[in-house]
Write a protein that binds this ligand. Sequence first.
Ligand SMILES: Cc1cc2nc3c(=O)[nH]c(=O)nc-3n(C[C@H](O)[C@H](O)[C@H](O)COP(=O)(O)O)c2cc1C
Length: 190
Amino acid sequence: MPKSRRGSIGAKATRRDLRLSQVYRVLEPGPVVLMTTQHKGEANVMAMSWHTMMEFEPPLIGCVISNRNYSFTALRVTKECVIAVPTAELISKVVGCGNTSGRDIDKFAVFHLTPSPGARVGAPLVDECYANLECRVVDARLVTRYNFFVLEVLKAWIGTPRRYPRTIHHRGMGVFMIAGGSIRLPSKMK
Ligand SMILES: Cc1cc2nc3c(=O)[nH]c(=O)nc-3n(C[C@H](O)[C@H](O)[C@H](O)COP(=O)(O)O)c2cc1C
């Protein structure tokens, strides 16, 4: 194939407009996580999917937490949270935590999630989740403008899941994908 045509989109490719409000649905990363906070003696938990890895070690995670969420103030004030990674069995509880607010209910009680103390932060781990990452906010410079927090993972816990856990991935508008098959290739990426 001539170089100029490599990777080009064929004339027959059909495209339609994608509304800008829907762009997140094609890039949505995975997995949906639970973010816990502890503020004024209250533990809270919300669903979160707008996050990204930023560094290997120390692990840095960027995430967008809407300032309309009850968790926002807790995170901003305490500068601590736990990112807990659920698997498919927990999907109803995860969506429940994303559809309700800690302003109104105790989500740990309502959704039968078990909080347990971490080692480095005041926010609770979630026992039912296969991984728990204790984090502190290390950069809040983009919070006012973008609600974007940079977290450093201080301590990480992993349960005894299958090798490739069936994590939950958000496709938008109530549609979720459950992680499935894996393929091994000689990738140069760590
Ligand atoms: C699948 C899913 C993913 C979500 N991802 C985010 C997110 O990345 N950032 C965010 O601010 N809210 C996100 N939400 C919405 C919050 O979880 C929701 O507003 C929740 O009610 C906030 O709880 P709180 O008021 O107790 O903090 C998500 C909800 C769902 C169901």
